[in-house]
Design a protein around this ligand. Sequence first.
Ligand code: FAD
Length: 248
Amino acid sequence: MNWFSTYRVHHRVAGKFRKGRVFILGDAGHIHSPVGGQGMNTGIGDAVNLAWKLAAVLHGRANEAVLDSYETERRAFARQLVNTTDKAFHAIIGQNLTGRLVRTVLIPHVAPFLLGFSTVKKAAFNTVSQIRIHYRDSALSVGKAGKLQGGDRLPWVSGDGIDNFAPLISADWQIHIYGEATEEMRETAGKHNLALYEFKWNPACGKAGFLRNTLYLVRPDGHIGLADSRQDIPKLSNYLSSFGIGQK
Ligand SMILES: Cc1cc2nc3c(=O)[nH]c(=O)nc-3n(C[C@H](O)[C@H](O)[C@H](O)COP(=O)(O)OP(=O)(O)OC[C@H]3O[C@@H](n4cnc5c(N)ncnc54)[C@H](O)[C@@H]3O)c2cc1C
C-alpha cells in the first residue's frame, strides 16, 4: 500500500426534509457509506424531485400540496438506501467468517458468475441505476392499471416509430395513451392545457406493462401520477383539481 487515509462512515437520515420554506436534499438529508456508489445519484434524484415541484408551484402549474410529497417520496427512499448500504458495508468489512467469505469468495467468484445470468444482471442494473425507484405510497400516486400503478416510473418503449420518452423533454405534466384517446379525453387535455400523446399500440407496449387505451397521467419527472384503464374523466379532473395541475 502506498497511501491510505481514514474517514468516519456515517449512516444517518435527517428526521425531516422540509420545514416550512426550508428543504434539504443530498448529503444534508442522508449520508451513508460509499458502497454501491449511490450517494451523489440519490442527491441528484432529490434535486430533480424537488426542482420540478417548486417550478410547477412557482409557475402556477400546481398548488402547494405538491410540495408535501417531496419528503414522503425522497425520505422513504433515503431510509431504504441507508439501511441497505449499512448492511452491505458491514458485510464487506466484517472481521468474522461471513465478512471473510464475502471478500474472498462472494465478490471475486460468485458475483461475476451470477452476473452472467441476464435476469440477475438486469435486476442489478435496475437497482444500481435507481430506475427501480417508485413512489407508490405518495399522495400524488393514484390508480392502477395492469402491472403499472400511480408512482411507478414510466416504462420505456422504443422502436416501430415510438419513443415514449421523447416528450418527457418538456419536463411538464402530460397524458399518455397507448392506443386511442376518447374524444372527451382530448377535450379535457386541451381544457387543462395538458399535452396529450397517443402512441400507436404495438406488442412492445404490452411487453413494457402498458394496457391498451388506458390513461396514464405522467408527472414532469417521468413517474406516473394517475393510471386509469377506463379513461375516466371525472377521476382525471378530480386529480388535476386536487393538486391544481395544468391551470396556467
Ligand atoms: C469516498 C467516496 C466515494 C463516493 N463515491 C460515490 C459514487 O461512486 N457514486 C455516487 O453517486 N456517490 C458517491 N459518493 C457520495 C457523493 O460524493 C456525495 O453523495 C455527494 O458529493 C453529495 O453531494 P452534496 O452536494 O449533497 O453535498 P456536498 O458534496 O457535501 O456539498 C455540500 C457543499 O456545501 C458546502 N457547505 C457546507 N456548509 C456550508 C455553509 N455553511 N455555507 C456554505 N457552504 C457550505 C460544502 O463545502 C460543500 O461544498 C462518494 C462519497 C465518498 C466519500
